[in-house]
Design a protein. Sequence first.
Length: 203
Amino acid sequence: MGRVSKDPGERCRELIDVAERLFLERGYENTAVSDIVREVDVAQGTFYYYFRSKAAMLEAVVEKNLDELEMEIEEIISAETDPVSKLNRIINAILRLSVGKRELMEHIHEESNAVMHEKMERRTVARLAPLIVGVVEEGIAERRMNAVHPQEMVEFLLASVVYLFHQPGMDSESARSRRLCLAMEQILVRLFRIDEGSFSLHL
């Protein structure tokens, strides 16, 4: 049977979806471009029509996950009325992403990928900070939060969350992961001057 011709956008999404699955199942280093095209049943040249390299594919996979996370955050913002509850759910959504995609995160955090790592962190802050700043400003307006410089405070908050991504064992219910989550809860309480117990972070 001949290969099925598909819309370019659909084919690109299919390549990204298959690559992500293989990266998570086998690890980035153990997945070759030939593995991806074999699963999709396309010629190797088709891959390079869309992506200049496997590293470019990894960036596309990260962008796909950011798209999904951004949509989830927008849904949280629309569904919740309390800004503190919104912020709590948003931080948990970010933590779930880091745990669920652990193989990808660990590869991006390797020293040899410093340039990609920095690029991805900038993209994460650029895309998520405006949404979270909006929630904080809502909390300030309702006198549920106190923040003198919301933009900068949210940037520091995201930097703290990114720090958690670097910690080993965050994908397990270890004592270390629980202490880190409790510490983050305290940081949030003090950062935005909210009542103790307002946040409950979990993996």
